[in-house]
Design a protein around this ligand. Structure first.
Ligand code: PXP
Length: 243
């Protein structure tokens, strides 16, 4: 059964819209855990558009296991991660002009920078995951870099028109098989929602799904605890149909 990682960045996005103190993403942690989140995911971006340094420190104190910190390979951000010591750091690409993380990390093209970030994080005992596109070359390079896990970018699958969805799902399945064969733990995320999560949850070997936007969108109407619980139920239901 894949773990559910709940990305609470959007709670901080609302706070930063007014540059005030509420809503506090640290309070979202409690609601998400009560709803059944197994992992809390936050992204400390270089531009600090949502999560702030203080949030990372406070949330680290609240989450005793299962804190996943998304970061770029920027040395200063890696330094903060090394001080905070999340349970897992997921390295992601970052561009200031993007609305959200748009593509996977190009591990093959940027391998020195990625390798240096991995070394520094692993030397602090932090488990490192790489956020990559479901692409053979990226998986092979990730395996060569010695990370414990990769998170496959599900954005192309989530955004695909209905007639292309199977093709995108097959790309995810092929990359997943390659990960499992290479001994890399398998995670996925981006653009997953209550409707499209099932086929990704059902991919053999899938261990963690990181989901933000759709859960926070539902939380506006139903509350965060309920929204998380309903996503857990969607994943559970998908797994039950496999039995
Ligand atoms: N995984 C990673 C690496 C991400 O960067 C994001 C977006 O912050 C997510 C998962 C969650 O994506 P979404 O908000 O579309 O569910």
């Amino acid at each position: 059964m894949p773990r559910l990682g709940v990305n609470i960045d959007h709670v901080a996005t609302i706070r930063q819209a007014r540059k005030t103190y509420e809503p506090d993403p640290a309070l979202a942690v409690s609601a998400a855990l009560l709803g059944g989140a197994e992992v809390i995911t936050i992204h400390l971006r270089e531009d600090r558009r949502h999560i702030q340094d203080r949030d990372v420190r406070v949330i680290r104190e609240l989450v005793h296991s299962g804190l996943n910190l998304e970061i770029s390979c920027d040395p200063e951000i890696v330094h903060i991660a090394c001080e905070v010591v999340p349970d897992q750091a997921t390295l992601v690409p970052e561009r200031r002009e993007e609305v959200t993380t748009e593509g996977g990390l190009d591990v093959a093209a940027d391998s020195d920078r990625v390798a240096s970030a991995i070394d520094r994080l692993q030397s602090k005992g932090i488990d490192v995951s790489l956020f990559i596109d479901p692409d053979e070359r990226q998986v092979a390079k990730s395996a060569a870099l010695g990370v414990g896990a990769v998170e496959l970018h599900t954005g192309a699958y989530a955004d695909a028109p209905p007639h292309q969805r199977d093709e995108q799902l097959n790309r995810l399945r092929a990359a997943s098989e390659q990960c499992t064969a290479s001994g890399i733990r398998l995670h996925a995320g981006h653009g997953l929602n209550y409707v499209n999560v099932a086929p990704v949850a059902q991919i053999p070997g899938m261990l963690e799904l990181n989901i933000g936007h759709s859960i926070i969108a539902r939380a506006v109407f139903k509350g965060l605890e309920t929204a998380v619980r309903e996503m857990k139920q969607a994943i559970d239901a998908a797994m039950l149909t496999l039995d």
